[in-house]
Write a protein that binds this ligand. Structure first.
Ligand SMILES: NC(=O)c1ccc[n+]([C@@H]2O[C@H](COP(=O)([O-])OP(=O)(O)OC[C@H]3O[C@@H](n4cnc5c(N)ncnc54)[C@H](OP(=O)(O)O)[C@@H]3O)[C@@H](O)[C@H]2O)c1
Length: 396
């Protein structure tokens, strides 16, 4: 049911001419292609963007072109960044800071998995790799990138080390916003800032290596020096961000917890399962149910939404598909909205935070997580997915 206009364009000149004439008659496609021509080739090419109008709402967005490397080096020349924790974000942010030439040290539990991983990545014990408390003592900017549960567990020991003159940095609003539950109450005499990359640490690193920057948000919790905002933006650039959106600690954590439980992960998984099960209950084969639920979504249609927008995706599909989808999306929205409202309330009242702390601070949390992932791995839908992936065109 899906016709790729992009593929049509690439075929023969005759076909291209036909496709172009069809695009000329379709406003959404035309607009998307026009936009392609006006988009910046690299983030470096647009400077000084500070306020951007998003559908009528003006928002503050900073960009890395305002912070070239020389300026970062000058700005942070007296700082030592003590990056605590070397998991997903510690790895990505730490290596990017190091490659940017900044003075960064890592603080992790001696002998633990992260300690070993840091050594493999070239951090040297006693030189730029230290036990956590030692790193904090040496640092002027303390970047708390322990897991959220670990931030809570270690806070009583770490808090006294975050003394006046240092800056405290987070990549998630979780710990301070839910301080009644996490007990992480940042000192009031230091700047407390946030830069939260919108992606995993692996992506923070891979985009940096490609010469691009991940999008991040930034926020200020405490501003004792009057420079906290500027420091947050500069640090966001230093860790490898491209565009940096202004937010608050509260908004960052509420939207993040909500989004990952909703459309980003939990919601989409639930929707895939529901659709697949109904197809199977009605006699469709596993491969047909999978292809119509996941494969076409992830391989054909979702990339179009990501690249050009929802209207483009509708426009690129058959009239039959388009009519049905236009009729059914309000039904899904109306039925799902109460679930999203319940979810948002559960985030706001701290229930999701408490659940996360309870689960992730168990000593055997990795084993418990593995049990749940094993259940997903063994679901028919995802076992079918493994086979379908082998048959993709690129594997022919
Ligand atoms: N992952 C993402 O995609 C992402 C994206 C944006 C923001 N963030 C935020 O970034 C921060 C770091 O997240 P992450 O995903 O990078 O964390 P993570 O991968 O879960 O990192 C865990 C780190 O915490 C350490 N740790 C765990 N328990 C500890 C304890 N009891 N004492 C001392 N160290 C302990 C681990 O060290 P050992 O190896 O020694 O156990 C490891 O270095 C969080 O605030 C998170 O919300 C994450």
């Amino acid at each position: 049911m899906y016709r790729s206009t992009a593929v049509n364009l690439a075929r023969t000149s005759k076909q291209s001419a036909r496709a172009l004439s069809s695009i000329a008659k379709r406003p959404a496609l035309r607009a998307a292609l026009n936009n392609l021509n006006t988009l910046p080739k690299t983030t470096q090419s647009v400077r000084g963007l500070k306020k951007i109008n998003f559908a009528g709402v003006e928002e503050v967005v900073h960009e890395r072109a305002d912070w070239p490397r020389e300026k970062l080096l000058e700005y942070f020349k007296n700082d030592t960044m003590a990056l605590i924790g070397y998991g997903s974000q510690g790895y990505g942010q730490g290596l990017n800071l190091r490659d940017n030439g900044l003075n960064v040290i890592i603080g992790v539990r001696e002998g633990g998995a992260s300690w070993k991983a840091a050594i493999e990545d070239g951090w040297v014990p006693g030189e730029n790799l230290f036990p956590i408390k030692e790193a904090i003592a040496k640092g002027t900017i303390i970047m708390n990138l322990l897991s959220d549960a670990a931030q809570s567990a270690t806070w009583p020991e770490l808090k006294p080390l975050i003394t006046e003159g240092k800056t405290l940095y987070f990549s998630h609003g979780f710990s301070p916003v839910f301080k009644e539950l996490t007990k992480v109450d940042p000192p009031t005499n230091v700047d407390v800032i946030l830069a939260a990359p919108k992606g995993s640490g692996r992506t923070v690193r891979s985009l940096f290596k490609e010469g691009r920057g991940i999008n991040s948000s930034y926020a200020v919790w405490n501003d004792v020096t009057g420079k906290a905002e500027e420091r947050a933006i500069a640090l966001a650039v230093a860790i490898g961000s491209g565009y940096i959106y202004q937010t608050t600690f509260e908004k960052e954590v509420y939207s993040d917890l909500y989004g990952e439980r909703g459309c980003l992960m939990g919601g989409i998984h639930g929707m895939f399962l529901a659709q697949y099960e109904v197809l199977r209950e009605n006699g469709h084969s596993p491969s047909e149910a999978f292809n119509e639920t996941v494969e076409e979504a992830t391989q054909s249609l979702y990339p179009l939404i990501g690249k050009y927008g929802m209207d483009y995706m509708y426009d690129a599909c058959s009239t039959t598909a388009r009519r049905g989808a236009l009729d059914w999306y309000p039904v899904f929205k109306d039925n799902l909205k109460p679930v999203f409202q319940k979810l948002y309330a559960s985030v706001r009242d701290g229930s999701e935070t408490q659940r996360s702390l309870d689960f992730n601070s168990q000593p055997n949390y990795r084993e418990e997580l593995e049990k749940e992932l094993e259940i997903i791995r063994n679901m028919e839908i995802w076992r079918v997915g493994k086979e379908v992936r082998k048959l993709r065109p690129e594997n022919n």
